[in-house]
Write a protein that binds this ligand. Structure first.
Ligand code: ADP
Ligand code: MG
Length: 387
């Protein structure tokens, strides 16, 4: 689960991490009031959407006074912000965060991520702050310093100092930074985050450290232990189709392509997306219908997939084990009739009773294309969408 920057900063503040003073605003007048309450001096108006790259896209504006904060908020609220992380559609800005502007001397990068292969939290620091860390990792990997945290133990002060020394800090800033990294590691451990990122972590002209940006991803599977975190969820930031799928018990993630997919099993669903790409097409979604895909589940799957206007064809890939292919085929036929599916359907059935299943599809009178293998199915669906 993601949260907004202002929520992430509030949490960081409660762990003793220095962040600028600020307040949230849902209108231009509120932005003016917040800026006034911060002293009326220079502030930064920041669009609150679940995406990074706002700075370059016009979602972060440094202004001189409360009047200018009002103007900036006026322009920002209601706009669709398109950044390299939002996809082409962009994200509607519903609120802005107004915070005190900081005099920046240097921008660093700091993060605590879950390193799944090491089964430990990993702390990353880099002197190349304010930039896309993926680009830093690719072009100048020597500028990224990392250290693991032993599960259940704190991050030791020397570990933090070593990272920041690598980033070129010394003296008071190094001392402050080591403490800050320890607080960030404690936050990550206690709140069970998969990512906590401060980009940029800034050294001010006065030589102090302060977090100017804040991003936190929480582990969904651990949310039941953190009711206060679960409450921070902003339903408006979640794709409505994903919300609906969740209420149906379907594991659905929307993607950018035009081939809808319905598969039983998460691993098979991932593999299906791979073969679609290899065949030269793009999946519109990930959808794991689960082990007990019956007519009702398939109907709901169709409803979700077809809720995405980009979908031009659907690939159904089912491996029949306990769930027999003939039962499933009957379910697919009934659901396709009920839902009045208009886009071409390519179906690959394999496993128990697959011959009977294919016969049911062929004799249904509906326009199914059947395929014997996954790659054949992918080729057929790619042919449909690519013309
Ligand atoms: P994003 O990562 O989405 O682009 P950031 O919060 O990192 O958004 O802001 C982008 C840039 O704007 C920062 O790298 C920093 O240079 C500047 N900035 C952000 N907040 C402040 C602030 N409070 N004071 C001064 N500059 C800021
Ligand atoms: Mg940033």
């Amino acid at each position: 689960m993601n949260v907004h920057e202002y929520q992430a900063k509030e949490l960081m503040r409660s762990f003793g991490i220095p962040v600028p003073e600020g307040g949230i605003a849902t209108s231009a007048d509120e932005a003016y009031e917040v800026a006034k309450s911060l002293g009326g001096g220079p502030v930064v108006v920041k669009a609150q959407v679940h995406a990074g790259g706002r700075g370059k896209a016009g979602g972060v504006k440094v202004v001189k006074n409360a009047e200018e904060a009002r103007d900036a908020a006026e322009k920002m609220i209601g706009m669709k912000l398109v950044t390299h992380q939002t996809g082409g559609e962009g994200k509607l800005v519903r609120k802005v965060y107004v915070e005190k502007a900081t005099d920046i001397d240097r921008e660093l990068y700091l993060a605590v991520v879950l390193d799944r292969s090491a089964e430990k939290l990993l702390v990353m620091a880099s002197p190349a702050g304010g930039m896309d860390i993926e680009a830093v990792a690719e072009k100048t990997p020597e500028k990224i310093f990392t250290t693991h945290i032993q599960p259940g133990l704190p991050l030791w002060a020397y570990q933090g100092r070593k990272l920041l020394f690598g980033c070129g800090l010394s003296g008071e800033a190094l001392k402050q930074g080591a403490k800050l990294i320890q607080s960030l590691a404690t936050l990550a451990w206690e709140k069970e985050t998969s990512l906590v990122e401060i980009n940029p972590l800034v050294v001010t002209k006065a030589g102090d450290l302060i977090a100017l940006d804040a991003k936190i991803n929480f582990d969904d599977s651990a949310l039941f232990r953190h009711a206060e975190i679960a409450e921070l969820k902003d339903p408006l930031e979640t794709d409505p189709l994903e919300l609906k799928a969740k209420s149906y018990g379907l594991n659905y993630i929307r993607l950018q392509g035009n081939v809808g997919t319905m598969v039983n099993g998460a691993g098979l669903a991932m593999a299906t997306m791979d073969v679609i790409k290899m065949a030269g097409a793009e999946p519109a979604n990930f959808l794991d219908a689960g082990g007990g895909a019956n007519e009702e589940m398939v109907s709901r799957g169709f409803e979700i997939i077809l809720g995405d206007p980009n979908v031009k064809a659907i690939l159904i890939n089912i491996f029949g084990g306990i769930l027999r292919c003939d039962t499933l085929a009957a379910g697919v036929v009934a659901a396709a009739k009920k839902m009045d599916v208009k886009v071409p359907l390519v179906v690959r059935l394999e496993g128990t009773n697959h011959e009977e299943g294919r016969r049911i599809l062929d004799e249904s009178g509906l326009d199914f294309t059947t395929a014997g293998t996954m790659s054949e199915a992918a080729d057929k669906v790619a042919e449909v969408v690519n013309g």
